[in-house]
Design a protein around this ligand. Structure first.
Ligand code: GAR
Length: 214
């Protein structure tokens, strides 16, 4: 049977990619078929190569415009016949044309309880604000910054004197659980969208519940 084909985009250390490679890759009918980065230094590329997954690098500087870079990236993913694009610490905004091409087939992991603290430095933003609860979100990607429909969330309580390194560790551990789980749910077709009235956001319903419970 044809596997559910996943393409992953990274910019940095790639620990989320590693979690995906270690848990769902070549399991449960899922296969990571390609990994792309926006910078050659992204450590995630070596993780992919070690797992025998094809890689490519698409720096904006090597293309005439960002839109041209995004078109080349989209062609790479399309050539690999991906069913799902996973942004795993991909730290650049993607152009509307790219987002439109993969609409409903692209997810992102973000280190806060969206809609709080979108954008960069989300963990620092939460600590600086002084919230007592933050967390992790996996959401579909739309044209906004971290505004797409929410798929999974996990809350994390912050200590009264948060130590950034310990908070980061806790958040990353939650990300490494949630992102593979989201991929599994999408691969098994467990998600349904409930559309609100025109212009209202879409709500994701997980058929049978998050862990298949009723
Ligand atoms: C992760 O914490 C991810 O949530 C965050 O970048 C980190 C990448 O780590 N993404 C964002 O902030 C996106 N707005 P990794 O490269 O080790 O997976």
């Amino acid at each position: 049977m044809r596997p559910f084909r996943v393409g992953v985009l990274v910019s940095g250390s790639g620990t989320n990619l590693q979690a995906v490679l270690d848990s769902v890759h070549r399991e449960e009918g899922i296969e990571v078929v390609c990994v792309a980065a926006n910078r050659a230094e992204a450590e995630g590329l070596a993780r992919a190569e070690t797992a025998g997954v094809e890689t490519a690098v698409f720096p904006v500087a090597e293309h005439a415009t960002r839109t041209a870079r995004d078109e080349a990236l989209a062609e790479f993913l399309t050539a690999h016949e991906v069913d799902l694009v996973v942004l795993a610490g991909f730290m650049e905004l993607l152009s509307p044309g790219f987002v439109g091409r993969f609409e409903g087939r692209m997810i992102n992991v973000h280190p806060s309880l969206l809609p709080a603290f979108p954008g960069v430095r989300a963990i620092e933003q939460a600590i600086e604000y002084g919230v007592r609860v933050t967390g992790v979100t996996v959401h579909f990607v739309d044209e906004g910054v971290d505004t797409g429909s929410i798929l999974l969330q996990e809350a994390i309580e912050l200590p009264y004197a948060p130590d950034i390194e310990r908070v980061e560790q806790t958040i990353h551990a939650a990300e490494h659980r949630l992102l593979p789980e989201a991929i599994r749910l999408i691969a098994r077709g467990a998600l349904r969208e409930e559309r609100g009235e025109a212009g209202k956001r879409r709500r994701i319903v997980i058929e049978g519940g998050r862990h298949g419970e009723h």
